[in-house]
Design a protein around this ligand. Structure first.
Ligand code: ASP
Length: 440
């Protein structure tokens, strides 16, 4: 039996958190593969080591003395080493970094990855596990995607050779030997590739909350926790805005059907949330309610006789050229709308619209910059006549205007577009109506 355990930044913020991690690992001998983030915030006003490393990099880039920031980073690691009496040569590690930082041979990605690297070195020494550098097992291609075969083979080799290991999250290596980072929060993804690679029985993701909540606790304090969620539902929830795990976490473990459990390092005995292929829990109609603000809808009206598909393809090619992701595409006979993320348009909007307007078949472009999207997600909503009607009627009753509705035939989610100002209220009314509704 192998469990892969990934510990996030708050679980490793200082030596007292390290102690909690060790006691969790000591309780279960199948917790053999540990993936760690860099130390995170010790309290709300503190800084994450990763952020301090980015800041150090900016100092170097603009030729400003970086020592004050760098000393803060060092102090955080020395506190861990000294309080836990670790046999690890941090002086040498920091000296090596400094030489490369000063002679210009340290890339930004390498510098930032040192948070995870040193965190894993400390944890391996504390647990008496073998340190495995992520650059030996997580292989990227030049386009930034993971080389799945090479990564899988390297991880299989690793677990054949070593019984108990600690792996730094967040980074890997390009074919030319340079360090490559996942996007922020990427240690979750490392954990997932490692779980797949060792054919884990369970991927435990340890954080500072006891699982996933049904909606944003900032909007609904003490909201209901989700006990079980399918891979597909979780992907939808994260895509629609729930900030639980890194968006790319699910795919590697999904291929191997490895369940993931989100657990709380500060309350390890509390049940967490299970994420798996098929859930047995069929209690509630809705699994989660989530969403995001700040979308823009671009509505294109075409010449009546123009071929709609051709016009759409023309617009899509331009969106692709400007690297703009499309979220939704409601269509009608003579027009179609494209809903995109407002941030994606920054600095490109006017140029892109001008290019689109060059098509003589497009006779009008209307822009609505005030869209928030809310998604109600639930595996148990499928084939329940009346569900979407009841969801929509909540908006009517509260006099919240709906600008857009989207539901695929899989019926896993219903997405509703509203004005940004109605976002919190919509979440509240949907939660009050559906959070505890059971299926009959
Ligand atoms: N330390 C990185 C970050 O803060 C990666 C991670 O923790 O997953 O984004």
């Amino acid at each position: 039996m192998i469990k892969v355990c990934k510990f996030g930044g708050t679980s490793l913020a200082d030596s007292s958190q390290y102690k909690k991690v060790k006691s969790i690992i000591d309780k279960d001998s199948s917790r053999r593969v540990i993936v760690v983030s860099a130390p995170g915030k010790r309290n709300k006003s503190d800084y994450k080591i990763t952020d301090l490393l980015y800041l150090t990099e900016s100092h170097i880039k603009y030729h400003v003395d970086y020592n004050t920031i760098f000393n803060q980073i060092k102090d955080r690691f020395y506190e861990i080493k000294n309080s836990l009496n670790l046999d690890i040569d941090l002086d040498k590690e920091f000296e090596k970094m400094k030489v490369k930082m000063d002679d210009g041979s340290m890339s930004e990605e390498e510098l930032v990855s040192r948070g995870e690297y040193l965190s894993a070195k400390c944890m391996a020494s504390y647990l008496g596990y073998t340190f495995i550098d992520a650059k030996n097992i997580i292989h990227f291609m030049y386009d930034g995607r993971v080389d799945e075969d090479k990564t899988q083979e390297a991880i299989e080799n690793m677990i054949r050779t070593f019984d108990k290991v600690v792996v730094p999250g967040f980074y890997g290596i390009y074919p030319n030997g340079e360090i490559c980072l996942f996007s922020r929060g990427g240690s979750d993804v490392t954990g997932s590739y490692v779980a797949k690679g060792v054919h884990a029985d369970l991927y435990e993701n340890w954080t500072d909350v006891s699982g996933i909540f049904m909606t944003d606790p900032k909007i609904i304090p003490n909201c209901r926790k989700i006990n079980e969620v399918t891979y597909a539902e979780l992907r939808e929830l994260s895509y629609l805005g729930a900030s639980v795990l890194h968006e790319e976490t699910i795919l590697p473990i999904q291929e191997e059907n490895i369940p993931l459990e989100i657990k709380n390092t500060n309350s390890p005995d509390e049940p967490g949330t299970f994420i798996m292929k098929d859930c047995v829990d069929k209690t509630y109609l809705c699994t989660g309610i989530t969403g995001k603000k700040n979308f823009v809808s671009l509505t294109f009206t075409k010449r009546r006789l123009a071929d709609k598909l051709k016009v759409m393809l023309f617009v899509f090619r331009i969106l692709d050229k400007y690297k703009i992701d499309v979220e939704h595409v409601p269509t009608s006979i003579d027009s179609f709308s494209i809903v995109v993320n407002k941030n994606d348009l920054e600095g490109k909007f006017y140029e892109m619209i001008a290019e689109i307007k060059q098509n003589p078949d497009i006779i009008n472009v209307k822009v609505d910059e005030d869209i928030a999207l809310i998604g109600v997600v639930g595996r148990n909503m499928a084939n329940k006549a009346g569900t979407s009607g009841r969801i929509l009627s909540v908006f009517g009753k509260e006099k919240i205007n709906i600008k857009l509705i989207d539901q695929s035939t899989e019926e896993l989610n219903i997405i509703i577009g509203i004005s940004n100002q109605d976002f919190n209220k919509s979440i509240e009314v949907l939660y009050n109506k559906f959070a505890f509704e059971k299926i009959d």
